[in-house]
Write a protein that binds this ligand. Sequence first.
Ligand code: NAI
Length: 242
Amino acid sequence: MGKIALVTGGSRGIGRAIVRELTENGYFVCFTYRRGKEEAYRIVQEIGEDKVKAFECNIQNFDEVKEKVEEEVIKPFGACDVLVNNAGITKDNLFPLMEIEDFREVIEVNLIGMANVTNVCIKSMMGKREGVVVNIASVSGILGSFGQTNYAAAKAGIIAFTKALAREVGKYNIRVVGVAPGFVETEMFAKIPFDKKKQMIGNVSLGRAGKPEEIASIVSFLVSSKASYITGTTIIVDGGLV
Ligand code: NAI
């Protein structure tokens, strides 16, 4: 059996591109989806059941994560070699107008959800004394994007979590790395009004949004042995956002 990767939120956008890239690199990829059962099924059919499997999981709920990840990944495969914490949501608004529930939900999915999945997987990696965790953050967690107090706080938390966990597990030969994308053409990006998007792209040196595949290729590098001396840091992939 080759190496096993778990990707959260793999049914669309950046997650789907990561699933494709890792299967092309020889990984057997298990990915989670929240609502997109049909999309997930289509991806499995396209790539092939010998290379990928999908299961439904709400990463917000620790008990559900523990049960599903153990059942679908740890028991059948022993451990996961690579974990990509990709699932995330936005609920943008100016902070004074933001419902506190929307603040809480964004923290719960992006930050606590990432911790839930990592908590379940990291022990199996420690047992194996090998592994890579890649956390998808955002430039918002570095710049503090306008209208994204909840998301920026969650993503900044992911960047700090990445640094701290890397210190703890380095001696087990486990690397923990973050990726902070700028604007990437996915459904999440599509939600932003046209004028706002135009203004945002105006600040990108390359003059365009990124493609999901351009994030997936960095993830592919980071999980490979070519990146064997990179840990604790977050790589910015933003087309030169100024
Ligand atoms: P997307 O909205 O297209 O996909 C998000 C994925 O997360 C979906 O598969 C969805 O099912 C899953 N998900 C959402 N809530 C979940 C939950 N509670 N439990 C399990 N899965 C859940 O988003 P996109 O654009 O592909 O983003 C992927 C990651 O990249 C996210 O972490 C996002 O914050 C980050 N990112 C995206 C950027 C962009 O411009 N698209 C920029 C910077 C970071």
